[in-house]
Design a protein around this ligand. Sequence first.
Ligand code: ZN
Length: 305
Amino acid sequence: MKFLKWVGSLLMAVVMISGCSNEPSNHVQGKLNVVATTGMIGDLVENIGGEHVKVTSLMGPGVDPHLYKATQGDVKTLDSADMIFYNGVHLEGKMTDIFEMMSKEKPTIAVTKDFTGDQLHKVSETEHDPHVWFDVKLWMVAAEAVKDELIANDPDHEASYLENYEAYVIQLKELDEYVHEEINKIPENQRVLVTAHDAFGYYGKSYGLEVRGLQGMNTLSEYGSKDVTDMREYLVENEIKAIFVESSVPKKAIEAVIQGAEKQGHSVEIGGELFSDAMGEKGTEEGTYIGMVRHNTDTIVKALK
Ligand code: ZN
């Protein structure tokens, strides 16, 4: 019931907002007005759109996309956009209805729309891992989708979008090589990445690390005391020296695991903070997608080498 009520008030809000604006186009000073969900997607669109787009990302530093609910302000922002880009694969699980509603009015595009079944990691019969941005090669597929959609919706600037895309893909290829080289510096038996939730499946598979998350793929599911015990035993048995906290997940659970291991005489360090589902503050290294992947890689290598 609560949900229906919520959808009802959301519809009303949209009707009211649409009623107010009679402008045929929402172009901001001649720029395409694009709204992205996560910072990573916003960064991708900015890199490819360049001077022809104005990008607003709804989810800032430290924000967990699995739990994120659109505010009334977000609905307004989405309603005034020319185009919307989101991750899909159910990352923004609580925004599904809004995307469906917006898709009737404007291009509303999942950057993962062209991913094949082989590229997506299956986690159950019906679920796939949404954290695709940590395989840099897959992010290039997302980049291509963004390029194609920008061109389709703003063909006047095709040449510019194509040029920006090609330049950015070169940077992504360099990043991909960098991560491979760096991870190879970790002794093979130490290539284990333990984090608060399972955000690094694609990263692990691409770059050769075993990954374990205390919480599952989705932070919606609570971890229990059994998860903490299992993880503690895993750390002790495998003599794992460092585990990692994430900027968008509370640190309490990881701290409980460390304390548990210490009681059994096995000392584990916090290897550092990783940026998993949200980028860092604008103006810092982690405030861009490339910087975020580099920061994570450097942090992991430094702690496990
Ligand atoms: Zn996640």
